[in-house]
Design a protein around this ligand. Structure first.
Ligand code: ASP
Length: 305
Protein backbone atom coordinates (compact mmCIF):
# COMPACT_ATOMS: atom_id res chain seq x y z
CA UNK A 1 0.00 0.00 0.00
CA UNK A 2 0.96 3.66 -0.28
CA UNK A 3 2.78 4.77 2.88
CA UNK A 4 1.59 7.77 4.84
CA UNK A 5 3.14 10.18 7.33
CA UNK A 6 1.89 13.04 9.49
CA UNK A 7 3.85 15.09 12.06
CA UNK A 8 3.16 17.91 14.51
CA UNK A 9 5.17 20.45 16.45
CA UNK A 10 2.71 21.49 19.11
CA UNK A 11 -0.57 23.34 19.41
CA UNK A 12 -0.20 26.74 21.03
CA UNK A 13 -0.22 30.45 20.39
CA UNK A 14 2.71 30.26 17.96
CA UNK A 15 3.94 33.83 17.40
CA UNK A 16 4.46 35.09 13.84
CA UNK A 17 8.23 35.15 14.30
CA UNK A 18 8.33 31.40 15.06
CA UNK A 19 6.18 30.31 12.09
CA UNK A 20 9.05 29.92 9.59
CA UNK A 21 11.13 27.86 12.02
CA UNK A 22 8.13 25.63 12.81
CA UNK A 23 7.42 25.07 9.10
CA UNK A 24 11.07 24.31 8.46
CA UNK A 25 11.06 21.76 11.30
CA UNK A 26 7.92 20.12 9.94
CA UNK A 27 9.42 19.87 6.46
CA UNK A 28 12.68 18.38 7.72
CA UNK A 29 10.82 15.87 9.89
CA UNK A 30 8.73 14.80 6.87
CA UNK A 31 11.90 14.45 4.78
CA UNK A 32 13.52 12.22 7.40
CA UNK A 33 10.46 10.00 7.83
CA UNK A 34 9.56 9.87 4.15
CA UNK A 35 13.09 8.87 3.13
CA UNK A 36 12.47 5.69 5.13
CA UNK A 37 8.86 5.04 4.11
CA UNK A 38 9.35 5.69 0.41
CA UNK A 39 12.08 3.07 0.13
CA UNK A 40 9.90 0.47 1.87
CA UNK A 41 11.15 1.04 5.43
CA UNK A 42 9.19 0.48 8.63
CA UNK A 43 6.64 2.86 10.16
CA UNK A 44 8.41 2.67 13.53
CA UNK A 45 11.70 3.77 11.97
CA UNK A 46 9.97 6.65 10.21
CA UNK A 47 8.28 7.84 13.41
CA UNK A 48 11.56 7.70 15.31
CA UNK A 49 13.52 9.49 12.57
CA UNK A 50 10.94 12.28 12.23
CA UNK A 51 10.79 12.84 15.99
CA UNK A 52 14.59 12.87 16.36
CA UNK A 53 14.70 15.79 13.90
CA UNK A 54 12.13 17.67 15.97
CA UNK A 55 13.83 16.88 19.29
CA UNK A 56 17.04 18.32 17.88
CA UNK A 57 15.34 21.52 16.63
CA UNK A 58 15.44 24.12 19.44
CA UNK A 59 12.16 25.74 18.39
CA UNK A 60 10.16 22.77 19.70
CA UNK A 61 9.54 21.74 23.29
CA UNK A 62 11.22 18.34 23.11
CA UNK A 63 14.83 17.25 23.59
CA UNK A 64 17.00 20.34 22.93
CA UNK A 65 14.95 23.48 23.59
CA UNK A 66 12.60 21.87 26.11
CA UNK A 67 10.89 24.04 28.69
CA UNK A 68 12.56 24.20 32.09
CA UNK A 69 10.92 22.98 35.26
CA UNK A 70 10.69 25.06 38.43
CA UNK A 71 14.26 24.08 39.33
CA UNK A 72 15.51 25.31 35.94
CA UNK A 73 16.09 21.80 34.59
CA UNK A 74 14.91 20.01 31.47
CA UNK A 75 12.84 16.88 32.16
CA UNK A 76 11.70 15.04 29.05
CA UNK A 77 8.93 12.53 28.38
CA UNK A 78 8.48 10.38 25.26
CA UNK A 79 6.53 7.40 23.96
CA UNK A 80 6.42 5.24 20.88
CA UNK A 81 3.71 2.67 20.11
CA UNK A 82 3.46 -0.17 17.64
CA UNK A 83 -0.03 -0.59 16.17
CA UNK A 84 0.45 -4.27 15.32
CA UNK A 85 1.28 -5.53 18.81
CA UNK A 86 -0.14 -2.68 20.96
CA UNK A 87 3.25 -2.61 22.65
CA UNK A 88 4.50 0.79 23.73
CA UNK A 89 7.75 2.07 25.17
CA UNK A 90 7.78 5.24 27.24
CA UNK A 91 10.17 7.26 29.36
CA UNK A 92 9.39 10.14 31.70
CA UNK A 93 11.30 12.82 33.58
CA UNK A 94 14.65 12.02 31.97
CA UNK A 95 17.30 14.74 32.17
CA UNK A 96 20.35 13.33 30.40
CA UNK A 97 18.96 11.88 27.21
CA UNK A 98 19.40 13.91 24.03
CA UNK A 99 16.77 11.96 22.09
CA UNK A 100 14.19 10.51 24.50
CA UNK A 101 12.25 8.92 21.63
CA UNK A 102 15.22 6.62 20.93
CA UNK A 103 15.21 5.51 24.56
CA UNK A 104 11.43 4.97 24.46
CA UNK A 105 11.92 2.65 21.52
CA UNK A 106 14.58 0.67 23.38
CA UNK A 107 12.19 0.30 26.33
CA UNK A 108 9.56 -1.03 23.94
CA UNK A 109 11.80 -3.41 22.06
CA UNK A 110 14.34 -4.56 24.61
CA UNK A 111 12.73 -4.39 28.05
CA UNK A 112 9.86 -6.38 29.57
CA UNK A 113 8.22 -3.08 30.60
CA UNK A 114 6.29 -0.31 28.91
CA UNK A 115 7.47 2.72 30.89
CA UNK A 116 10.58 3.75 32.82
CA UNK A 117 11.04 7.03 34.66
CA UNK A 118 13.81 9.26 35.96
CA UNK A 119 17.05 7.72 37.13
CA UNK A 120 15.93 4.18 36.29
CA UNK A 121 15.23 5.19 32.71
CA UNK A 122 18.63 6.89 32.46
CA UNK A 123 20.37 3.83 33.84
CA UNK A 124 18.56 1.71 31.29
CA UNK A 125 19.83 4.03 28.55
CA UNK A 126 23.40 3.30 29.66
CA UNK A 127 22.69 -0.44 29.77
CA UNK A 128 21.48 -0.14 26.19
CA UNK A 129 24.66 1.60 25.09
CA UNK A 130 23.14 5.08 24.79
CA UNK A 131 25.39 7.94 25.82
CA UNK A 132 24.19 10.45 28.43
CA UNK A 133 24.39 14.11 27.53
CA UNK A 134 25.17 16.97 29.87
CA UNK A 135 21.69 18.20 30.93
CA UNK A 136 22.83 21.77 30.20
CA UNK A 137 23.23 20.88 26.51
CA UNK A 138 19.44 20.60 26.25
CA UNK A 139 18.90 24.11 27.64
CA UNK A 140 18.63 26.95 25.12
CA UNK A 141 19.34 30.60 25.93
CA UNK A 142 15.71 31.55 25.17
CA UNK A 143 14.33 28.99 27.61
CA UNK A 144 16.82 30.00 30.30
CA UNK A 145 15.87 33.68 29.85
CA UNK A 146 12.14 32.90 30.06
CA UNK A 147 12.67 30.83 33.17
CA UNK A 148 14.70 33.63 34.80
CA UNK A 149 11.87 36.07 34.12
CA UNK A 150 9.35 33.70 35.63
CA UNK A 151 11.52 33.34 38.68
CA UNK A 152 12.14 37.05 39.13
CA UNK A 153 8.64 38.30 38.37
CA UNK A 154 6.57 35.25 39.35
CA UNK A 155 5.44 32.65 36.87
CA UNK A 156 2.97 34.37 34.55
CA UNK A 157 1.36 33.46 31.25
CA UNK A 158 2.77 36.51 29.44
CA UNK A 159 6.36 35.44 30.17
CA UNK A 160 5.62 32.41 28.07
CA UNK A 161 4.58 34.27 24.95
CA UNK A 162 6.61 32.82 22.19
CA UNK A 163 7.69 29.78 24.12
CA UNK A 164 4.48 28.27 25.46
CA UNK A 165 4.35 24.78 24.05
CA UNK A 166 5.72 22.77 21.21
CA UNK A 167 5.50 19.08 21.92
CA UNK A 168 6.26 16.98 18.85
CA UNK A 169 4.78 13.83 17.39
CA UNK A 170 4.52 11.61 14.33
CA UNK A 171 2.27 8.88 12.99
CA UNK A 172 3.20 6.64 10.05
CA UNK A 173 1.79 3.78 8.00
CA UNK A 174 4.32 1.91 5.89
CA UNK A 175 4.07 -0.08 2.65
CA UNK A 176 3.26 -3.26 4.56
CA UNK A 177 0.38 -1.46 6.30
CA UNK A 178 2.22 -1.36 9.65
CA UNK A 179 1.18 1.59 11.79
CA UNK A 180 3.16 3.39 14.52
CA UNK A 181 2.88 6.61 16.51
CA UNK A 182 5.14 8.58 18.83
CA UNK A 183 5.19 11.73 20.96
CA UNK A 184 8.02 13.59 22.69
CA UNK A 185 7.95 16.62 24.97
CA UNK A 186 9.74 18.73 27.55
CA UNK A 187 6.37 19.21 29.23
CA UNK A 188 5.07 22.51 30.50
CA UNK A 189 7.17 25.49 31.50
CA UNK A 190 7.91 25.87 35.22
CA UNK A 191 6.26 22.53 35.98
CA UNK A 192 6.92 21.03 39.38
CA UNK A 193 9.95 18.73 39.26
CA UNK A 194 8.68 15.21 38.66
CA UNK A 195 5.50 16.34 36.91
CA UNK A 196 4.54 14.03 34.05
CA UNK A 197 1.92 15.12 31.54
CA UNK A 198 -0.17 13.25 29.01
CA UNK A 199 2.54 12.85 26.39
CA UNK A 200 4.25 9.60 27.49
CA UNK A 201 1.04 8.00 28.78
CA UNK A 202 -0.41 5.30 26.57
CA UNK A 203 -3.85 6.38 25.34
CA UNK A 204 -3.39 9.98 26.50
CA UNK A 205 -0.59 11.57 24.45
CA UNK A 206 -0.24 8.71 21.98
CA UNK A 207 -2.00 5.59 20.77
CA UNK A 208 -1.60 3.19 17.87
CA UNK A 209 -3.80 0.25 17.00
CA UNK A 210 -3.51 -1.15 13.49
CA UNK A 211 -7.24 -1.96 13.55
CA UNK A 212 -8.30 1.61 14.42
CA UNK A 213 -5.55 4.15 13.72
CA UNK A 214 -2.61 6.03 15.21
CA UNK A 215 -2.71 9.30 17.15
CA UNK A 216 -0.29 11.82 18.68
CA UNK A 217 -1.55 14.66 20.88
CA UNK A 218 -0.35 18.00 22.18
CA UNK A 219 -1.71 20.64 24.50
CA UNK A 220 -2.67 21.01 28.13
CA UNK A 221 -1.59 17.65 29.55
CA UNK A 222 -3.74 17.73 32.65
CA UNK A 223 -6.84 18.20 30.44
CA UNK A 224 -5.77 15.65 27.81
CA UNK A 225 -5.32 13.01 30.52
CA UNK A 226 -8.89 13.57 31.75
CA UNK A 227 -10.34 12.50 28.43
CA UNK A 228 -7.63 9.97 27.43
CA UNK A 229 -7.50 11.89 24.19
CA UNK A 230 -5.41 9.66 21.91
CA UNK A 231 -7.53 6.59 22.70
CA UNK A 232 -10.68 8.69 22.38
CA UNK A 233 -9.60 9.72 18.89
CA UNK A 234 -8.71 6.12 17.95
CA UNK A 235 -12.14 5.00 19.20
CA UNK A 236 -13.71 7.72 17.03
CA UNK A 237 -11.87 6.34 14.02
CA UNK A 238 -13.10 2.83 14.75
CA UNK A 239 -16.69 3.97 15.25
CA UNK A 240 -16.75 6.20 12.17
CA UNK A 241 -15.21 3.50 9.98
CA UNK A 242 -18.67 1.91 9.89
CA UNK A 243 -20.36 5.14 8.80
CA UNK A 244 -21.08 6.31 5.25
CA UNK A 245 -18.52 9.14 5.43
CA UNK A 246 -15.70 9.20 2.85
CA UNK A 247 -12.45 7.92 4.46
CA UNK A 248 -10.64 11.22 3.92
CA UNK A 249 -13.38 13.18 5.70
CA UNK A 250 -13.77 10.55 8.37
CA UNK A 251 -10.21 11.00 9.63
CA UNK A 252 -10.70 14.75 9.97
CA UNK A 253 -14.03 14.18 11.69
CA UNK A 254 -12.48 11.79 14.24
CA UNK A 255 -9.81 14.38 15.06
CA UNK A 256 -12.28 17.24 15.40
CA UNK A 257 -14.58 15.20 17.58
CA UNK A 258 -11.75 14.38 20.02
CA UNK A 259 -10.76 18.04 20.30
CA UNK A 260 -14.39 18.95 20.92
CA UNK A 261 -14.41 16.53 23.87
CA UNK A 262 -11.13 18.06 25.09
CA UNK A 263 -12.79 21.47 25.18
CA UNK A 264 -16.15 20.40 26.55
CA UNK A 265 -15.25 17.68 29.04
CA UNK A 266 -11.55 18.34 29.65
CA UNK A 267 -11.99 22.13 29.65
CA UNK A 268 -8.64 22.35 27.94
CA UNK A 269 -6.86 23.36 24.78
CA UNK A 270 -4.67 21.35 22.45
CA UNK A 271 -4.62 19.40 19.25
CA UNK A 272 -3.78 16.09 17.63
CA UNK A 273 -2.74 14.39 14.45
CA UNK A 274 -3.87 10.95 13.32
CA UNK A 275 -3.86 8.39 10.51
CA UNK A 276 -6.51 5.77 9.95
CA UNK A 277 -5.33 2.24 9.03
CA UNK A 278 -5.54 3.20 5.34
CA UNK A 279 -3.19 6.14 5.93
CA UNK A 280 -5.85 8.87 5.64
CA UNK A 281 -4.68 11.85 7.70
CA UNK A 282 -6.66 13.95 10.15
CA UNK A 283 -5.75 16.81 12.44
CA UNK A 284 -7.54 19.31 14.65
CA UNK A 285 -6.75 21.89 17.33
CA UNK A 286 -8.55 24.51 19.39
CA UNK A 287 -5.50 26.69 20.04
CA UNK A 288 -4.71 29.71 17.85
CA UNK A 289 -2.21 27.62 15.87
CA UNK A 290 -0.72 24.15 15.53
CA UNK A 291 2.39 23.23 13.57
CA UNK A 292 1.74 20.16 11.40
CA UNK A 293 2.93 18.52 8.24
CA UNK A 294 1.84 15.62 6.08
CA UNK A 295 2.64 13.90 2.82
CA UNK A 296 -0.32 14.12 0.46
CA UNK A 297 -1.57 11.44 -1.95
CA UNK A 298 0.75 12.78 -4.70
CA UNK A 299 3.78 12.58 -2.43
CA UNK A 300 4.00 16.36 -1.88
CA UNK A 301 4.91 17.73 1.55
CA UNK A 302 2.24 19.99 3.03
CA UNK A 303 3.02 22.02 6.13
CA UNK A 304 0.77 24.31 8.10
CA UNK A 305 1.12 26.53 11.14
N1 ASP B 1 1.05 17.89 26.44
C1 ASP B 1 2.31 18.37 26.92
C2 ASP B 1 2.35 18.25 28.42
O1 ASP B 1 1.36 18.57 29.05
C3 ASP B 1 2.60 19.77 26.52
C4 ASP B 1 2.31 20.10 25.08
O2 ASP B 1 1.81 19.29 24.34
O3 ASP B 1 2.62 21.19 24.67
O4 ASP B 1 3.37 17.90 28.94
Amino acid sequence: MRPSLIVHGGAWDIPDEAVAACRDGMRRALEAGWAILSRGGAALDAVEAAIVVLEDAPVFDAGTGSHLNLDGRVECDAIVMDGATLRAGAVAAVQRIRNPIRLARKVMENSPHMMLVGEGAERYAKDQGMAWCDPEELVTAAERAAWERCREEMHAAEHHRGHEQGTVGAVAVDREGRLAAGTSTGGTCCKLPGRVGDSPLIGCGCYADATAGGVSCTGHGEAIMKIVMAKTAADNLRRLADSDEKPAELAMLAAREAVRVLAERGRGTGGLILLDPGGNPGYAFNTPRMAYGLVDAQGAFLTGV
